[in-house]
Design a binder for this molecule. Structure first.
Ligand code: ATP
Length: 374
């Protein structure tokens, strides 16, 4: 039986939205425990006390943002006593920017962007909280962006010691970190540590079975029935596990669907996934690299440049050659290389024979890495 090609006004997508980066699904599987813990941390806020502070940790694409947003939207639906504010610190990475977002959430409009100090903005925040008798919880997503210029200490100090200036304010903070090599507490001043003391909630990477369930759910919501055969889903899962980031899988589904649609097919094929893979990979690369410190970007750039000449590089030789030109010791260079491995950017294997030297291979096209670093 021949299958009628897709007509120009027909589509494979039941709902495009479910493949978008900021989509928050109704069901967040495999994160029940983390969300329960988060609710437990925030519960005092609902009864008018200060919420417990939290440190949410896990590599990119493990559902941290989604889970926090989900808990926040449930709080918003059930109470006005506790006001949750989500801040993306990649976008708002200064004290002024963060306080502006909080002020916006509380008052419905942004403060003037000129001639106003962050202290003045916080004054207004303190007054609104006292007037309304509400408790505030602020989620600082990608808080590692605040490690520069001591911004993290300024922000946490003001938020967590607000009751010293505005006695009736109660504020809790959730910091979200995807760079596991960052030891946040060691970067925090003593005077802030004494009030911060967060409980940690860890988001482990998804197993293959979990990733398959999540991606299959997403496909079911987003595509019409029978658009995605099981074998193609398995290929998407395989690529996702390889990249170690669920975002790659969700993006692959979308792009593969669009590809099949452009070819006027009613079913997605493996070839559509392969074609979509490069674009989805660069999305993952971008998500990973954006969490890097400048020195890590410099080292990755050197590695990508060298990988254009040779596909396998000796770890020792590479470290020596870059160590001569960079202001970091070998220990730091080895640390960074281990991080690249943990983040699925490189593979390391032992060369056989005596000496057992280690060989480094970039898992991505070097040019793609260089382009992403631009
Ligand atoms: N348990 C889950 N169920 C359904 N979808 C999920 C789940 N976990 C993650 N996702 C989806 O995976 C994508 C990445 O998730 P999310 O942004 O929450 O990860 P993250 O850990 O905050 O990553 P990053 O550290 O890069 O910000 C999102 O599109 C989200 O909808």
């Amino acid at each position: 039986m021949t299958v009628r090609p897709l007509m120009w006004d027909e589509t494979l997508f039941k709902d495009h939205e479910v493949f978008e980066v900021d989509f928050v699904p109704d069901e967040i599987h495999f994160r029940e425990e983390q969300m329960r813990e988060l609710v437990y941390q925030l519960r005092p806020g609902i009864s008018g006390s200060r919420p417990l502070n939290t440190l949410v940790k896990g590599v990119p694409g493990t559902g941290k943002t989604t889970s926090v947003k989900k808990v926040f939207s449930e709080i918003e639906e059930s109470t006005r006593k506790l006001v949750p504010v989500y801040v993306n610190c990649q976008i708002d990475n200064t004290q002024f920017g963060i306080f502006s977002q909080i002020y916006y959430r509380l008052s419905g409009h942004l403060p003037r962007s000129t001639g106003l100090s962050s202290k003045r903005v916080f004054d207004s925040i303190g007054k609104i909280l006292e007037q309304d008798g509400t408790v505030l919880v602020v989620a600082l997503d990608d808080a590692n962006y605040l490690l520069y210029e001591n911004e993290i200490n300024k922000v946490l100090y003001t938020l967590l010691r607000s009751h010293e200036v505005y006695p009736d304010t109660r504020i809790g903070v959730i910091t979200i970190i995807s760079d596991l090599s960052v030891d946040l507490m060691s970067r925090i001043d003593q005077r802030v540590q004494s009030v911060f003391r967060p409980n940690e909630i860890y988001f482990p990477p998804y197993t293959c079975v979990e990733a398959k369930q999540i991606l299959s759910d997403r496909a079911e919501q987003g595509f019409y029935p029978n658009v995605l055969p099981e074998a193609v889903l398995d290929l998407v899962v395989d690529r996702t596990m390889n990249a170690g980031d669920l975002r790659v899988g969700i993006d692959l589904l979308k792009r593969a669907g669009l590809h099949a649609e452009t070819a006027a097919r009613r079913v997605i094929e493996e070839g559509d996934v392969c074609k979509a893979f490069e674009a989805s990979t660069s999305l993952h690369l971008l998500a990973t690299i954006r969490t890097f410190k400048e020195e890590e970007k410099v080292l990755l750039r050197l590695l990508a440049e060298q990988s254009q000449q040779e596909s396998e590089i000796s770890v020792g030789e590479f470290s020596r050659s870059v160590g001569d030109n960079l202001p970091y010791g070998y220990t730091r260079i080895y640390e960074m290389i281990s991080k690249f491995e943990a983040m699925h950017l490189v593979d390391i294997r032992y060369r056989g024979g005596r000496g057992r030297s280690r060989l480094l291979t970039l898992r991505y096209d070097p040019q793609l890495v260089l382009d992403t670093l631009k």
